[in-house]
Ligand binder design. Structure first.
Ligand SMILES: [Zn+2]
Length: 198
């Protein structure tokens, strides 16, 4: 399903759709948009895996190999952006939504999510890294007119000189400015999807 279907989606829609009601709903929603795996192949035997309940995991579900002799299990977050965090998937969606709204007040996001400052600041860092990488990818020379390529190469060089993974407020602002949209939620989800190949 295309992420463009998310354009215009607001907090009320997320609530009305029940996305934030349970981890199960959050998982369904994230799978629908391809932000976590829709299907999985067992890395040990190559058989198809099945998503099922697993009580002893934080997300309550995990992938399990269908082959009886194998039964390898694997986290639903594996290879996804969400593998970076232990925060519940419902909270992850809330965090991304609130960040996308553009109000960078960590305090406000903490109040809405009931997460501590430290976690919210970490998350803002993760999302800023997505912005930085997105800028870097879009700055890659495309073989256009010489002048433009030269400018883009300078930008690539600037970004490459930075410490990898260091969060940057400036990149976030630039990323937002480059978009003529008001709703950054689908935009950041698309950028996440581009960067995390499942
Ligand atoms: Zn297997």
């Amino acid at each position: 399903m295309s992420l463009h279907e998310l354009v215009g989606l607001n907090y009320t829609d997320l609530i009305l759709d029940g996305v934030l009601n349970s981890t199960e709903n959050a998982i369904k929603w994230l799978r629908k948009f391809g932000l976590i795996s829709q299907e999985r192949i067992c890395h040990k035997c190559g058989s198809a895996m099945r998503l099922g309940r697993q009580a002893n995991t934080a997300d309550g579900q995990s992938w399990r190999c269908r082959k009886k002799e194998c039964k390898t299990s694997s986290s639903i977050r594996k290879h996804s952006f969400f593998s970076r965090s232990n925060v519940s998937l419902v909270q992850c969606i809330r965090l991304i939504f609130l960040w996308a709204e553009g109000d960078n007040s960590v305090g406000k996001i903490c109040r809405y999510t009931k997460l501590c400052n430290h976690t919210v600041i970490d998350w803002r860092g993760f999302l800023r890294e997505i912005c930085s990488e997105d800028l870097k990818r879009n700055a890659a020379p495309t073989g256009g007119p010489g002048q433009i390529v030269a400018i883009n190469e300078t930008r690539v060089a600037q970004l490459a000189r930075r410490k990898p993974g260091s969060p940057s407020c400036r990149d976030e602002s630039m990323w937002r400015r480059k978009r003529s949209v008001k709703n950054f939620f689908p935009e950041i989800l698309e950028a996440i999807k581009r960067q995390y190949t499942l």
